[in-house]
Ligand binder design. Structure first.
Ligand code: SAM
Length: 243
């Protein structure tokens, strides 16, 4: 991507960003779910539910959950009776928690792969649906990741991206206070990680949103892009179709 505020201008090289992000998620993995639900007031369940409803899954789909983390998106999608789900993430510790949760729930059709979105170890045109929740912002190379997802999707396959965005005034003022002051404080308190929850607002504030992100999806080959702003615009769902 070309945005001059992009994190890609902050990290010396793409590999450095990937290592930084992987180490950060490896370190906070054991606290990730707890903090995710606490800091979003449980709204993260609603955002994933909304995305899955909009995808209108009929059953039998082959799904890839890129940057799957601890797997909440895949676990929710598994209730729609897909034929298989592949969860892909760079953080082994996040995948370990995902595996424990899937085993506990007795979900057998989920396969986990430790790999990066920018270099997916799959053949072209094999998946019907790609899910990415709160992951694209962390890609070391956004366009490479999106083009890889495009490659592994079948023609007519769909991508659903959930990502944080900025609400409009007057809510924006309260939200920025929460996001810059309260969230990093609570995040650090519970995760004991120095930077993870300051990285979150910083990376969100720098990331392209709305029409700007839709344009990037379009450049990477996705068409008929839908933009749904959720919960006063603090999260946006993007759905795009391959061809
Ligand atoms: C904020 S978490 C989101 C996890 C999950 N999708 C959710 O909704 O809770 C971001 C995840 O993206 C993963 N990640 C970051 N960059 C990645 C990349 N380039 N390829 C694959 N996974 C990546 C991280 O390891 C982390 O697990």
């Amino acid at each position: 991507m070309t945005d001059k505020n992009s994190l890609q201008n902050v990290f010396v090289e793409k590999k450095a960003k990937q290592n930084y992000v992987r180490e950060m998620f490896d370190a906070i993995a054991y606290r990730y779910d707890f903090l995710n639900h606490l800091l979003s007031f449980g709204l993260d369940f609603y955002w994933r539910w909304f995305a899955i409803r909009k995808l209108d899954l009929k059953g039998g789909e082959k799904i890839i959950d890129t940057a799957c983390g601890t797997g909440d998106f895949s676990i929710m999608a598994s209730k729609r009776n897909p034929s298989m789900i592949f969860g892909v993430d760079v953080s082994l510790n996040m995948l370990k928690i995902f595996r424990q949760k899937a085993m506990k729930k007795g979900i057998k059709k989920i396969h986990l792969v430790c790999a990066s979105a920018e270099n997916l170890p799959f053949k072209s045109e094999v998946f019907d649906v790609c899910l990415v929740a709160f992951g694209v912002r962390n890609f070391s190379d956004l366009e490479t990741g999106l083009r890889e997802i495009h490659r592994v999707l079948k023609n007519g396959g769909k991508i659903a991206v959930l990502e944080f965005s900025m609400p409009k005034q007057p809510f924006k003022l309260f939200y920025l206070f929460y996001f810059r002051r309260i969230l990093p404080f609570i995040g650090k308190l519970f995760s004991k990680h120095e930077n993870a929850y300051t990285y979150l607002p910083e990376s969100v504030l720098r990331f392209p949103e709305g029409e700007e992100f839709a344009k990037i999806l379009n450049n990477c080959g996705f068409k008929r892009i839908e933009i749904h702003r959720l919960t006063f615009g603090i999260v946006t769902l993007y759905i795009g179709v391959k061809n």
